[in-house]
Design a protein around this ligand. Structure first.
Ligand code: DMJ
Length: 573
């Protein structure tokens, strides 16, 4: 017989077990929540240490020299390795302030953001005799202004109500107009250099890079959407299409080319310097503007990269004509690639290369600019680490997709290294030589635009909760707006995917939950396969079990292995 005393004992036992499980639950959850909170504060302090010192010692010049506590008017030096044609009479364009705008909003400092916007509205001018790099000025200055204007136009953010009369858009349009003469070439491919006041200089070099003419479409396209003037989008698109037509029969691209003749100069390329953001912008343009063409281009380029450049978890360089490996090198810039892979749901591949980059980071304390894979050593001259963001960026995307707390630990390790090796009294200094940790007197503006931003978002992603954003290659957020999307054919729009047709603004749980890839409706009643489906890696890759396929980052759902051995996201099973 069951005695009431037993009943009471059982109840007490049950309550005890519940309390215990509750306790252990909170034990298993709270340490991560507490760590994230602590780390977020650390990153905030880093950002303000960099920002306040810039404002004290360098503003309104371009960048801070944190060791000598002075400034550099470096806009005309960006990408200008030989420091040619430097201006005589140029006093800077508050580059670091422009680059900090979206980070201030993400960190919730609306007051400082508004103060910065008002200062820029009243003081910034692009009528300066300075020869600048079109790509750098586009991603840093135009991107910073366009993104800040879009944040100001978002009524839910309640920024500068009444006091904002599109001043940043006026500045952005003025800058966009100054870019236009660069596109006046026989091929439509833009010159790499332009003088903001006088246009293309006499005897200007006709050599440029793949990313220099293939990654302008987000900023220029956004400018066209906002101003209603199609010219910016159309010149960027024309250049991109011309570049596309120059791919080899293996669907590969080179690194440098001639804008006058449309001939390649450097046939070897990879996913790093000179090419990186070209691939990035094909996918991100598809997300931002919804055009099917961008997806097709990205898909074909991505498959070629995985086929010819990938070697296990590493990516080497190859000759675009033969596909033969040229340089076996890991570069710090390549570390953005896993983040891009997360956006298409190729999480397994992203995770394995990210681990290798982090392994090198741990070995040296930071990522050296170039590491020779075949000799397992740092490149003899490229030993520097200029506070680059790429590893932090990929860590943020991978944590969004997997919620694996290991990435929080990676972020913590990055933060600790930055504080240990690069923090000085007057800001954060670049590292000249990672083998000695000797510093260099330069705090790059992307440290505020990207490095601090991605680390902050890793520990606190509330900014991406209310809206879907595409982050430009310089980390400036652009909201995904349905009225910027081209109409997609009905068959490509799943019935539950309403925002393209109806919603005025995308509202999803996080940026990762956006279905970036339209699903293809084969036949009613049949399975619908996500277009994100990409046969992984080498052309001979076949998965055996679901375990081989990882998580789809756009929906956070596990991908599964099809009967034919392909990883995919099977939406209706
Ligand atoms: C940034 O200016 C951008 O991320 C660019 O695409 C590549 N390099 C730097 C940061 O490393």
């Amino acid at each position: 017989m069951f005695h009431p005393r037993h009943y009471t004992t059982c109840l007490l036992l049950l309550l005890f077990l519940l309390a215990l499980s509750d306790f252990s639950m909170s034990q298993s959850q709270s340490p991560w929540a507490a760590k994230k909170k602590r780390m977020k504060e650390k990153v905030r302090n880093m950002f303000y240490h960099a920002y306040d010192n810039y404002m004290t010692y360098a503003f309104p010049h371009d960048e801070l020299k944190p060791i000598s506590k002075t400034f550099t008017n470096s806009l005309s030096e960006l990408g200008n390795l030989k420091l040619e044609h430097l201006p005589q009479d140029y006093n800077g364009s508050a580059l670091t302030l422009i680059e900090s705008l979206s980070s201030l909003v993400i960190m919730g400092n609306n007051t400082e953001f508004e103060r910065a916007v008002l200062w820029l509205s009243e003081n910034l001018t692009f009528d300066v005799d300075a020869r600048i790099n079109l790509f750098e000025c586009n991603i840093r200055v135009l991107g910073g202004l366009v993104s800040a204007h879009l944040l100001l136009s978002d009524s839910s953010k309640k920024l500068l109500q009444g006091a904002y009369n599109n001043q940043l858009l006026v500045l952005a349009e003025d800058l966009g107009k100054r870019f236009l003469p660069a596109f006046n070439t026989p091929t439509g491919l833009p010159y790499a250099w332009i003088n903001l006041k006088y246009g293309v200089m006499e005897n200007e070099t006709t050599e440029t890079s793949t990313s220099g003419c293939g990654s302008l479409i987000l900023e220029m396209g956004a400018l066209s959407k906002m101003t209603g003037d199609p010219i910016y989008e159309s010149v960027a698109l024309r250049a991109l299409r011309k570049l596309w037509s120059m791919q080899s029969s293996l669907k590969l691209f080179g690194t440098t080319l001639d804008v006058a003749t449309g001939q390649w100069i450097e046939y070897s390329s990879g996913i790093g310097a000179g090419v990186d953001s070209f691939y990035e912008y094909l996918l991100k343009a598809h997300i931002l503007f919804g055009k099917e063409d961008f997806w097709k281009m990205f898909h074909s380029a991505y498959v070629a990269v995985q086929k010819y450049f990938r070697h296990g978890a590493w990516y080497h360089e190859a000759d675009m004509r033969t596909g033969r490996a040229t340089y076996w090198q890991l570069t710090s810039l390549q570390a953005f690639w896993p983040g891009l892979q997360v956006l298409i749901g190729d999480v397994m591949a992203a995770n394995s290369s990210h681990r290798e980059f982090f392994h090198v980071w741990k070995r040296y304390g930071v990522l050296p600019e170039r590491y020779l894979l075949d000799h397992q050593m740092i490149h003899p001259t490229e030993k520097y680490y200029p506070l680059r963001p790429e590893l932090a960026e990929s860590t943020f995307y991978l944590y969004q997709a997997t919620k694996d707390p290991w990435y929080i630990e990676v972020g913590e390790s990055i933060v600790n290294s930055l504080n240990l090796y690069t923090k000085v009294e007057g800001g954060f200094a670049s590292i000249k030589d990672v083998t000695t940790m000797q510093l260099e007197d330069h705090q790059h503006s992307f440290f505020l635009a990207e490095t601090c931003k991605y680390l902050y978002l890793l520990f606190d992603d509330s900014f991406v909760h209310d809206n879907n954003y595409v982050f430009t290659t310089e980390g400036h957020p652009l909201p995904v707006l349905s009225n910027w999307h081209e109409e997609l054919p009905e068959a490509y729009v799943p019935t539950n995917w309403t925002f393209v047709k109806r919603q005025p603004r995308v509202s999803r749980i996080s940026s990762m939950s956006l279905q970036v890839c339209p699903a293809l409706n084969l036949k009613s009643g049949q399975h619908i396969e996500s277009a994100c489906h990409i046969p992984d890696a080498r052309s001979d890759f076949r998965c055996l079990t679901d375990e081989d396929c990882g998580v789809d980052a756009t929906t956070c759902r596990r991908r599964s292995c099809s009967m034919a051995g392909f990883c995919g996201l099977w939406l209706f099973r």
